[in-house]
Design a protein around this ligand. Structure first.
Ligand code: PLP
Length: 394
């Protein structure tokens, strides 16, 4: 166990390295602030001038087309936020009441919440230390231990519930190892729904995250790579699913000049034109922002190279990451330094945070089925996120 002086030296050294990377700044440096500009004002003003501020308007379609084009997805459906996008994607994937959905325990709470909204429940598996996302090896073990095929469907023989989907999440923009995961999903006849909320601009073996599974979702929350204020997007190559999702996102109203006919339970999840206008301007800036974020990550990597007791989290060898949130990973041995590091960073006006509390430790998900989660539990103590806004490398 390091001595108190060693602890405070280590904490001070981390603050110094962050300062080296982001420069001397007056005032508070947030974890991730949006970089707005370009045509934002022109487009948003046009919505206000013309009165097209709500969920009908040309910017929604333009934003969808721009996202489809950037990601290489055939279809994209814009929603009010990423959580709503995931909810709709799960419903479209056939997830419903009583089902189980396999996801990683180490994720933002929205992943588990969206599963719960469908009436299904999450079933947690562990992550790996390379991507911090779902570990395909652990998933294989877990399915082998609990899954059983009945007809064409996969069941958890311990709970007698149907397993209806797999939801991997690309943590901080680092892609999950999708090939082995997709292969398993195929074996068990399970749709993959990618939570790519954090990984716009991240590629797995050259393909954009969120486009490898049957469905994928993006988020444009204020702290994500690009922002629409609040917003989300469902990605899919399947035209029928895209149509169904668009229909469900607008109260499932059948188009008609006057009649109110709704053919199923729908949602009010469509993205307003005002937000989409901002989104179109943000996509135009996306390549530039990704370049700046990569430069910032390169600087962090250099600043933390060779530092004892920790490492800077870098993209997996099979991927190109957007480095949404930069992170350092402490060794087990330097665990007791974490809180001092967080405090020292915050005292120096750098926003820093540990990773999320794992889902199985939250009261509402504590009794969900789960595999052993040793890596999740270890990582939950060892990650520190560092300021990551694109403008910091300008
Ligand atoms: C941000 C995020 C979401 C949801 O996004 P909102 O747009 O805030 O609803 C979902 N999953 C993960 C992993 C996220 O980080």
């Amino acid at each position: 166990m390091p001595s108190p002086t060693a602890v405070s030296n280590m904490a001070r050294s981390v603050v110094e390295r962050v300062r080296q990377v982001v420069g001397d700044r007056t005032g508070f440096t947030p974890l991730h602030a949006p970089t707005l500009g370009g045509n934002a004002w022109t487009y948003v003003k046009e919505c206000i001038d013309t009165g097209w501020v709500s969920s009908a308007g040309t910017y929604v379609t333009r934003f969808e087309e721009a996202c489809a084009q950037f990601t290489g997805s055939r279809h994209a459906v814009a929603t009010v936020n990423g959580t709503a996008a995931l909810h709709l994607a799960l419903v479209a994937a056939g997830v419903g009441p009583g089902d189980e959905v396999i996801t990683q325990a180490l994720t933002f709470v929205a992943t588990a919440n969206a599963i719960h909204y469908t009436g299904a429940g999450p079933h947690f598996v562990d992550v790996d230390e390379v991507s911090l996302g779902m570990d395909p090896v652990r998933l294989a073990h877990r399915l082998d231990a609990v899954a059983e095929m009945r007809g064409g469907d996969c069941y958890n023989r311990q709970t007698d519930r149907r397993i209806a989907a797999i939801v991997p999440m690309h943590t901080f923009g680092h892609p999950v190892n999708l090939d082995p995961l997709q292969e398993l999903a195929g074996q068990y006849n399970l749709p993959v729904v990618e939570d790519a909320a954090e990984s716009l601009g991240s590629f797995y073996k050259g393909r954009h995250t969120g486009t490898l599974g049957r469905l994928g979702i993006l988020s444009f929350n204020g702290n994500k790579v690009i922002s629409t204020g609040g917003g989300g997007m469902v990605l899919t190559d399947d035209e029928q699913l895209a149509d169904e999702i668009r229909h469900c996102s607008t109260t499932a109203k059948k188009p008609h000049p006057w009649a109110y006919h709704h053919d199923r339970i729908g949602y009010n999840y469509r993205m307003p034109n005002l937000n989409a206008a901002l989104g179109v301007s943000q996509v135009q800036m996306l390549e530039g922002l990704l370049g700046r974020k990569r430069r910032l990550a390169d600087r962090y990597a250099a600043a933390f190279e060779g530092v004892a007791g920790l490492r800077f989290l870098q993209e997996p060898g099979y991927a190109r990451s957007n480095y949404w949130l930069n992170a350092i990973l402490l060794d087990e041995a330097s665990l007791e330094v974490r809180d001092q590091m967080l405090q020292a960073l915050i005292d120096a006006d750098f926003q820093a945070r540990p990773i999320w509390q794992p889902m199985h430790l939250l009261p509402m998900y504590a009794s969900c089925p789960r595999d052993d989660l040793p890596i999740t539990e270890s990582l939950s103590q060892r990650v520190i996120n560092l300021p990551s806004s694109a403008y910091l490398s300008a």
